[in-house]
Design a protein around this ligand. Structure first.
Ligand code: IMP
Length: 414
């Protein structure tokens, strides 16, 4: 068994889609275990851009695709993506776990409704109904994928609940029949399938959505998503034992971005930030919103590495930093006259910390599109490895699959 889990270590958008696509050939199946269509995993092939919100990023490599019970599933988004794959020349080999939570139009309405209730302080959700959908599952009011496919779930309590709190509750009769059609014949036991794949000697890749700092419990609450985003959710989100989880590859951008509200210590509100946003095409893959941009935050990254038990790191978007004339990383925070690098200690007061930076040699004009990194980039990567105590085994220097540099030995996927 050589399973591998790929997780984001920041606030999402680290470039996981490209890394999953890059390694997908080595695995028999690619699995989504958390989140929903709030995710936007981007893959660029031959100048064409594909964005997947629900289907695992192994889709274009014609892998077995699995969507686990920990996912909040929007059937009509799934239908769009299945149609896209069909247009690209094949039918997706997909299994959705019967226990996956279904996002209905009602949860999307509730998402918008709750954001409005928050007034001047919204979370800035993607409005894809993710938080409400997990909440409705906890309330035992939402159908699961299997219930919907079999037509065995009675929605009347959920509808009565929505009518009791919201004025405009859409009629979902047509939606139910469309969603049922999408899921018919595609539901089953994903955890069991993963275990059987391993028993036959095959391996699977677990594709995380969002990033550690958006985790419902361990992230920057309340400015987080509605699910767990950390690697330890793989077993619980799929119904497999911990021993089947395999190694954890963390993905981090060479700088930081965040979409939506919430504290962001290294946020850059200057021209450099604007330049990085433009050069890095930092606009939400799901909502198109401009992403907030900041320097790399080692305090937050160390926390995420530890929280996820990262065994190796993929560093992305290094090329973007060749377009800016300076280079900084945040090594500490200053808070109440004290310096600290303990992220969990300051998490409740994150909005009031001041980042303390280390200046590093600028990447400006460095040529990264080769097989090996130039000295300035190699030194930067070495510095990160020393600080994070984890090997950087892959560096992404552009959108295309080909703009990828493998560094040294990769433990389980070589
Ligand atoms: P929700 O997941 O739509 O409820 O949004 C909660 C927060 O997570 C918001 O700040 C979103 O912008 C953020 N978020 C959700 N999914 C992603 C993602 O895939 N990338 C980046 N941010 C995300």
């Amino acid at each position: 068994m050589r399973n591998l889990c790929i997780v984001g270590l920041q606030w999402g958008d680290e470039g996981k889609g490209k890394i999953v696509d890059y390694y997908a050939d080595r695995f028999d199946a690619v699995v989504r275990y958390n989140g929903g269509s709030n995710a936007g995993h981007t893959i660029v092939i031959g100048g064409r851009t594909f964005v997947f919100h629900l289907l695992p990023s192994g889709s274009l490599k014609r892998k077995r695709l699995l969507i686990g019970p920990g996912v909040a599933l929007d059937p009509l988004t799934l239908r769009e993506e299945l149609e896209l794959i069909a247009k690209e020349g094949g039918e997706a080999d997909l299994l959705v776990d019967s226990r996956a939570t279904v996002v209905t139009p009602l949860e999307k309405e509730m998402d918008t409704f709750i954001e409005k209730l928050r007034g001047d302080n919204p979370i800035g959700t993607t409005k894809r109904g993710i938080g409400p959908s997990y909440a409705m599952r906890a309330l035992r009011l939402s159908p699961r994928a299997g219930d919907l496919a079999d037509g065995t779930f009675d929605m009347s309590s959920a509808i009565a609940f929505y009518r009791s709190i919201m004025k405009d509750v859409p009629d979902i009769t047509k939606w139910v029949s469309q969603a049922k059609d999408v899921l018919k014949g595609k539901t089953g036991d994903v955890g069991g399938t993963i275990i059987e794949t391993n028993e036959r000697g095959g391996s699977v890749m677990f594709e995380g959505a969002q990033g550690a700092l958006l985790d419902l419990v361990y992230g920057t609450y309340p400015y987080v998503t509605g699910a767990h985003t950390i690697a330890s959710y793989v077993p619980a989100g799929l119904g497999i034992p911990n021993s089947a989880m395999g190694d954890v590859m963390g993905v981090a951008k060479a700088y930081t971005t965040r979409v939506g509200g919430g504290p962001f210590p290294t946020e850059m509100l200057d021209e450099t930030g604007t330049k990085i946003r433009t050069e890095g095409k930092e606009y939400g893959a799901t909502t198109g919103r401009p992403r907030r941009v900041g320097w790399l935050d080692l305090v937050a990254l160390k926390y995420a590495v530890r929280l996820n038990g990262v065994s190796e790191l993929a560093l992305t978007k290094l090329d973007v930093l060749t377009k800016v004339g300076e280079m900084k990383v945040c090594t500490h925070y200053s808070v109440d006259g004290e310096e600290t690098s303990d992220f969990s200690r300051v998490l409740p007061r994150l909005a009031s910390v001041k980042p303390v930076y280390k200046e590093l040699p600028s990447f400006s004009g460095a040529e990264l599109h080769r097989d090996i990194l130039p000295r300035v980039a190699e030194d930067f990567v070495g510095y990160l490895e020393d600080e994070l105590k984890v090997k950087v085994t892959l560096v992404s220097t552009g959108e295309e699959r080909s703009a990828t540099i493998r560094r040294g030995f990769v433990s389980k996927v070589s």
